[in-house]
Design a protein around this ligand. Structure first.
Ligand code: F6P
Length: 540
């Protein structure tokens, strides 16, 4: 059944410009009543304008949309990605000790465990130096070549878990811009470098082009005969990895029921596993699995993915706030906003509902962000004083990994809390006037100066707090966001697991390349494109 946001919009209209601070004044328990915990993660959404009646109306959406039934359909391997006829089973990749999961009558779990065991063994032996390069020396560097989900998951997690890295250094090449592969490879020794080609389809033009460049670079040093020792592949397309010449023993396969942006949990996570080791990788999986169990079993009011989704729906579809900022106060989560951009925007950026009709409301929001405190000195100006409201999602850990720098961690945490407090509280004209009066301003100039220093406040934010960014906690956070996307997608009635919107640009790029190379004319192209081709063409 299609959901309807009318009741929620009436509640929003009735609330008018009610201040969130008033909700705290009315209810001394608001902070705890509008928060929930899952295995050590605290999600606080009390600094939003959601009150009890709104929350009840938001929970109503879950039954109308059939979230509980669809959740079970996903976990049990039903083909819920119905525009591609596929199951959605990234959860099976982290199902370390659960029961069987069937796709087309076949239990997929034994295959998952077998591949994980092969990855463990490979990673272990590379890390111990018993799998060596062609010249017989241990690998010191790993280059993961992939893009989108075959890049963002591993690079995000590798950066996030740097304190746990005790294996080879990992490097990531994604962009088809030759500058990327050039800059990465030029700092490395081919004799001690393992190249991993990560591509679900093994057809992605960026990845295949960069893989060929890396191959040429390796051949110059280890020769054709050494190549097979220096390449591994992660893909669903074993025929294509063989065509590329990759040793089948170094191919780690997965199935089409793992979406690219959900794939870090399996073979696509191999670079991460090489860096942190199989045991810590298993901790990462366990964190994801713990969030799966929580999502399947917790009541709605305690269910973190559900709460994140409902807050998201409230802000985007009901209040009309078109973007949301993800603001981790954790430098090592610097790639998380980019990761979440793909996860959320490629999943829920759809204008057609599951049944083919036009979506009667807005699709998922624009997601963006940057770690704090850096963002504070860049774009927070607009968040505090711009004309648009941008819901902010803060994240912060109780402990860092630098015991000698606890004072810096306290500064980090206090900045995080201060930002959400400032967004909530704001600064009134009277307060700003008082401050400027003390600085000696008076009359018309006093008012003018004071007005520039007013913060409207009443701006919503949520905070996700955790003990420390360990592999387990990272697993929890990533799975939390995955399930949040699922719940939002179910409420919106869209298919979160296809990505047709990326296809047209790919097709046009393929057709434009010969035009740029002067091998085809630009018949049928618009004037602007032709003018730009003319300017950018190298061979006239
Ligand atoms: O173009 C989008 C996309 O298909 C993403 O969904 C995917 O993560 C990325 O390209 C890379 O795809 P592949 O792993 O098949 O190379």
């Amino acid at each position: 059944m299609t959901v309807d946001f009318a009741a929620l919009k009436s509640l929003r209209d009735a609330a008018g410009d009610r201040h969130i601070l008033d909700l705290f004044a009315e209810d001394a328990q608001r902070a705890s009543r509008f928060s929930a915990m899952a295995d050590g993660l605290l999600f606080d959404y009390s600094k939003t304008n959601i009150d009890e009646a709104t929350r009840v109306a938001l929970f109503d959406l879950l039954s109308v949309a059939g979230v509980a039934e669809k959740r079970e359909a996903m976990f049990s391997g039903e083909k819920i990605n119905d525009t591609e006829g596929r199951a959605v089973l990234h959860t099976a990749l982290r199902n370390l000790d659960g029961g069987p999961v069937y796709v087309d009558g076949k239990d997929v779990i034994p295959g998952v465990r077998q591949t994980l065991a092969r990855m463990d063994d490979f990673a272990d032996r590379v890390r111990r130096g018993t799998i060596t390069s062609y010249s017989g020396v241990p690998f010191e560097d790993v280059v993961n070549i992939g893009i989108g989900g075959s890049d963002l998951g591993p690079v995000m997690a590798y950066e996030a878990l740097k304190p746990y890295v005790d294996g080879p250094h990992c490097h990531f090449v994604s962009n088809v811009d030759g500058a990327h592969v050039h800059d990465v490879l030029s700092g490395l020794n081919p004799q001690t470098t393992l190249v991993i080609v990560a591509s679900k389809t093994f057809t992605t033009i960026e990845t295949m082009t960069n893989a060929q460049t890396a191959r040429d670079w390796l051949v110059q040093s280890v020769g054709e005969e050494g190549i097979s020792k220096h390449f591994a592949a992660l893909s669903t397309a074993k025929d294509k990895t063989a065509e590329f010449g990759i040793d089948p023993d170094l191919v780690f396969g997965f199935e089409d029921w793992v979406g690219g942006r959900y794939s870090v949990w399996g073979p696509i996570g191999l670079s991460l596993m090489l860096a942190i080791g199989p045991q810590r990788f298993a901790d990462f999986l366990r964190g994801g699995q713990a969030m799966d169990t929580h999502f399947r079993t917790a009541e709605w009011e305690d269910n973190l993915p559900v709460l994140l989704a409902l807050v998201g729906i409230w802000h985007n579809q009901v209040c009309g706030y078109a973007t949301r900022a993800v603001l981790p106060y954790e430098q090592r989560l610097l790639r998380l906003p980019a990761y979440l951009q793909q996860l959320e925007m490629e999943s829920n950026g759809k204008r057609v509902a599951m049944n083919g009709s036009d979506l009667p409301f807005d699709s998922g929001p624009v997601v963006w962000g940057e770690p704090g405190t850096n963002g504070q000195h860049a774009f927070y100006q607009l968040i505090h004083q711009g004309t648009r409201v941008i819901p902010c999602e803060f994240m912060v850990g109780r402990f860092g990994h630098e015991p000698a720098l606890t004072h810096q961690h306290e500064l980090l945490v206090s900045n995080c809390l201060a930002q959400s407090e400032a967004l909530l509280r704001g600064r009134s004209l009277a307060e700003a006037t008082e401050i400027m009066k003390k600085k000696g301003f008076e009359g018309v100039e006093l008012e003018r100066q004071a007005r520039h220093r007013v913060f409207p406040g009443n701006r919503p934010s949520t905070t996700l707090a955790y003990e420390q960014l360990t592999p387990f906690v990272l697993g929890q956070i990533v799975a939390l966001y995955e399930h949040r996307v699922f719940v939002e997608g179910v409420i919106l009635g869209i298919n979160s697991y296809d990505q047709w919107g990326v296809e047209l640009g790919k097709e046009l790029a393929l057709a434009l390349q010969p035009v740029l190379a002067g091998e085809a004319d630009g018949a049928g192209k618009d004037g602007s494109t032709l003018q730009l081709v003319d300017y950018l063409r190298i061979n006239d």
